[in-house]
Design a protein around this ligand. Structure first.
Ligand code: UD1
Length: 362
């Protein structure tokens, strides 16, 4: 019996591990799978609601690390997860994505000579000012198995000297969750709950440090929102980091004063999927949402200078927009005038990624 730890920590990890947990559970006589939650995200709306929506059981181990500076958070995760590893001695640890929990738990395991598989390996923005890029580089350079979502990832890893036999093209696991839950999401009542009828709207998410942690960035984006909201309703489920920064930077009133902007709490998985499916377009700085909109065929404007998911631009509906009020407004006006980017769905974004992964371990 193979003992496996599936590590989650922050919101974007949950929809990646849920399908894998389900798939492993089909082979109970072969795998003993434990769900480890570091507690990097701990708010009900950032964590518990996702476990419920995605049908995941309560974590077997909850490390409760909470928020802090990068050093504090990473150190706390490493200290606590090492204890779990020493006590439980798994045969394999699977980490996902690019958050602090990913890199911290990978380091712990590798140093105890426990094999690590990295799910969503090989993505690169080539922007080392992003904490996620550092987490990707660290995790990929020490992981024993690199499970990649798209073929561009393979090129990055080979260039960094990763041995080819460690790389496995399994596809995009997030699409497994979208595929599994799209029908249930279609029935979500979120639009009625927040007072959206048949009218068109733009869905917004924002949380990147480069956009929200300084006055200039956040003000630039809010000025664009003020203008855009004259022509279309904006729905904005706000990330706790962004809410905190609005207050710190004295910008809360500016948001509250926009009549056509509906500010809501972070949405659950079904509700957010429903809001995406029905949106005229999405304005974001998220990583995962660039992929989800490509799969849904919804136009996406990403306020970032680069992306670790270029396939969403070359093949999908995504477009990068500079952090500049006029540029953002222009890109939105183009969409409102009917000039929308059509896309196709990349290879292996087919809902079968969890199956391909589990077969690798049998
Ligand atoms: C983290 C990830 C980012 C991912 C994002 C998704 C890293 C380096 N960043 O960013 O890649 O895209 O999650 O959301 O791992 N907070 C709460 N409640 C929570 C979680 C956070 O209030 O449940 C607030 C705290 O004020 C905290 C801040 O948000 O200090 C930032 O949280 P943190 O986990 O450090 O990073 P995120 O911005 O969420």
């Amino acid at each position: 019996m193979k003992k496996i730890h599936l590590v989650v920590g922050a919101r974007p990890n949950f929809m990646k591990m849920a399908p894998l947990y389900d798939e492993f559970s089909k082979y109970k006589d072969e795998f003993n799978v434990k769900l480890i939650h570091t507690g990097q995200h701990y708010d009900e709306r950032m964590s518990d609601f996702f476990f419920q929506d995605l049908g995941m059981p309560k974590p077997d181990v909850y490390l409760g690390v909470g928020s802090g500076s990068h050093g504090q958070q990473t150190a706390r995760i490493m200290e606590r997860y090492e204890e779990t590893l020493l006590a439980d001695k798994p045969d394999l640890v699977i980490v996902a994505g690019d958050v602090n929990s990913t890199a911290a738990c990978a380091i712990d395991a590798v140093k105890l000579h426990i094999p690590v598989a990295h799910l969503e390996a090989g993505l690169r923005s080539f922007d080392r000012t992003m904490p996620e890029e550092i987490n990707r580089l660290i995790t990929d350079s020490i992981a024993d198995m690199l499970l990649i979502p798209s073929l561009d990832a393979e090129q990055h890893l080979l260039k960094e000297g990763i041995e080819p036999h460690k790389i496995h093209f399994v596809g995009n696991i997030m699409i497994d969750s979208l595929n599994n839950y799209k029908d249930r999401a279609a029935k979500s009542q979120i639009k009625q709950e927040i007072g959206i009828g048949e009218e068109e709207y733009c869905l917004i998410t924002l949380h990147r440090p480069a956009n929200v942690d300084n006055f200039e960035g956040l003000n630039t984006i809010l000025n664009a929102f003020a203008e855009i909201s004259k022509n279309i309703k904006l729905v904005f489920p706000i990330h706790p980091r962004t809410r905190k920064q609005l207050a710190n930077l004295g910008l809360t009133d500016m948001v509250n004063d926009m009549e056509n902007l509906i500010l809501i709490e972070p949405a659950g998985y079904y509700d957010f999927m429903k809001l995406q499916m029905d949106a005229k377009f999405v304005l974001t700085d998220s990583g995962g949402i660039q992929e989800e909109t490509t799969w849904f065929g919804i136009p996406c404007l990403t306020i970032r200078p680069n992306t670790e998911r270029p396939i969403t631009v070359t093949e999908g509906t995504n477009q990068l927009v500079e952090l500049n009020t006029e540029t953002i407004i222009k890109a939105v006006n183009k969409i409102l005038a009917g000039d929308v980017k059509k896309g196709t769905i990349p290879k292996y974004w087919d809902g079968k990624t969890a199956k391909r992964i589990v077969q690798l371990f049998r």
